[in-house]
Design a protein around this ligand. Structure first.
Ligand SMILES: Nc1ncnc2c1ncn2[C@@H]1O[C@H](COP(=O)(O)OP(=O)(O)OP(=O)(O)O)[C@@H](O)[C@H]1O
Length: 313
C-alpha cells in the first residue's frame, strides 16, 4: 500500500471564519495505481493535492493522518515535510506552465534545484527522462519562454519526478492544453508510472471523460467530502452515488448535436464550505433525497474497492 489518508481535515482561515475545504476524507492509493480525482469546481480537489505537499499560511490541518509506505507524513509540520516533498511525494501544480523561472535556462534550473537537495545531475538519466516524455534534449538550453505550453508542462513533469517519488500529484495538468497536446501529456504521465519513475499517481481534473482514459480508479468528491470511489470501469458504468450519476450524465456525447441532445448541467450549486449544512451535503440538489438524508451518510464499502457515501446507494 503506497498512501493511506485517514479522516483528513484541512481548513482555510478567512476573515469570515474557516472554510472546511477538506472535511474528513479517507482513501488508499495502492502501488502502481493512478487515481483520478474528480468533482465540481470548489469541491476540494486541489486542497487535497496541496495538503500532501505543503499547507500554505492560510491552510490549517484540522485533523486526520497520512501515511506513506508505512511512515507518518507530517502534513502539519512544514519543516518535517522537507524529507517527503519532492523526494517521496511530488506535485505538478495547476499553473505549472508559469512555475518555471523565466530567467533561467531549463538545464541550469534543474542543476540548481537538485543541488539545493544535495543531489548531482546524471545527464544520461536526464536525457532518458526527456526522451520518455517526448522532449528534445535541447530544451535544457532553452528559456521557458521559448517552449510551448505542452512542452513546459512536460518539462515540469520531468522536474517533479527527478527523485522518483512514490506519489505524484498532477493537478489539472491538461486543462489549458489542446486535445492532441493533452494526449501527449497524459501519455507522458502514464509513461512515468509504467517505467517505475513514479510509483503511484493522483490525477486531479474537472474532466471525468479524460480521467476515465488513464485512471485505474476514480474518486469523486463533493463539497469537501468523498462521494464515491471505485475502479474506473465500475464508476463509469455502474455508479451508485446520485451525484456521480449526474456528473456522468452531464458529459457531452461526441458527435451529438446540441439541438438533438442538449447538455444537462446539475441544477443548483454546492453549499458554502464556511458553514456547511448538517447531513448529506448533496441533498438539496439530489433527485432521490428523503428525510433520512438529514443525517450524514457514512462512507460504506459496498463491494471490494467500491465505496459510497449515500443512504440510497
Ligand atoms: N486560499 C483560500 N482561502 C479561502 N478559501 C479557499 C482558499 N482556497 C480555496 N478555498 C476554498 O476551498 C474550497 C476548495 O477549493 P479547491 O481549490 O480545493 O477546490 P477544487 O475542487 O480544486 O476547485 P477547482 O476545480 O476550481 O480548482 C472552495 O470552497 C474554495 O473556495
Amino acid at each position: 500500500m503506497t498512501l493511506t489518508v485517514s479522516d483528513l481535515r484541512v481548513h482555510y482561515r478567512t476573515l469570515r471564519g474557516e472554510v472546511r475545504a477538506l472535511d474528513g476524507v479517507s482513501f488508499d492509493l495502492a502501488d502502481g495505481e493512478i487515481l483520478g480525482l474528480a468533482g465540481e469546481s470548489g469541491c476540494g480537489k486541489s486542497t487535497l493535492g496541496k495538503s500532501l505537499i505543503r499547507l500554505d499560511g492560510r491552510m490549517r490541518h484540522a485533523g486526520g493522518t497520512v501515511t506513506l509506505d508505512g511512515d507518518d507524513v507530517p502534513v502539519a509540520d512544514d519543516r518535517a515535510m522537507n524529507a517527503f516533498r519532492f523526494h517521496r511525494v511530488s506535485l505538478v501544480p495547476q499553473y505549472s506552465m508559469s512555475a518555471l523561472n523565466p530567467t533561467r535556462r531549463i538545464g541550469r534550473m534543474i542543476r540548481e534545484l537538485l543541488a539545493s537537495r544535495g543531489v548531482g545531475v546524471d545527464t544520461a538519466e536526464l536525457h532518458r527522462r526527456l526522451d520518455l516524455v517526448g522532449l528534445d534534449h535541447d530544451v535544457l538550453d532553452r528559456y521557458p519562454i521559448e517552449l510551448s505550453g505542452g512542452m513546459k508542462q512536460r518539462t515540469v513533469m520531468v522536474i517533479s519526478t527527478l527523485l522518483d517519488p512514490s506519489v505524484l500529484i498532477a493537478d489539472e495538468v491538461t486543462s489549458a492544453l489542446d486535445v492532441s497536446t493533452q494526449r501527449a501529456v497524459v501519455g507522458a504521465l502514464t509513461g512515468l508510472r509504467d517505467k517505475g519513475l513514479v510509483t503511484s499517481m493522483i490525477f486531479v481534473t474537472h474532466d471525468l471523460g479524460l480521467t476515465s482514459h488513464i485512471a485505474d480508479s476514480i474518486m469523486v468528491m463533493y463539497a469537501g467530502k468523498l462521494a464515491e470511489k471505485a475502479p474506473t470501469k465500475v464508476l463509469t458504468t455502474a455508479p451508485r452515488h446520485p451525484y456521480t450519476k449526474l456528473l456522468l450524465g452531464s458529459l457531452p456525447a461526441v458527435g451529438a448535436r446540441y439541438a438533438d441532445q442538449p447538455l444537462k448541467g446539475i441544477a443548483g450549486a454546492p453549499p458554502s464550505l464556511l458553514n456547511p449544512p448538517a447531513g448529506c451535503r448533496f441533498r438539496d440538489r439530489c433527485p432521490v433525497a428523503d428525510e433520512r438524508c438529514a443525517d450524514e451518510p457514512p462512507v460504506v464499502e459496498i463491494a471490494p474497492r467500491h465505496s459510497v457515501a449515500c443512504w440510497k446507494a
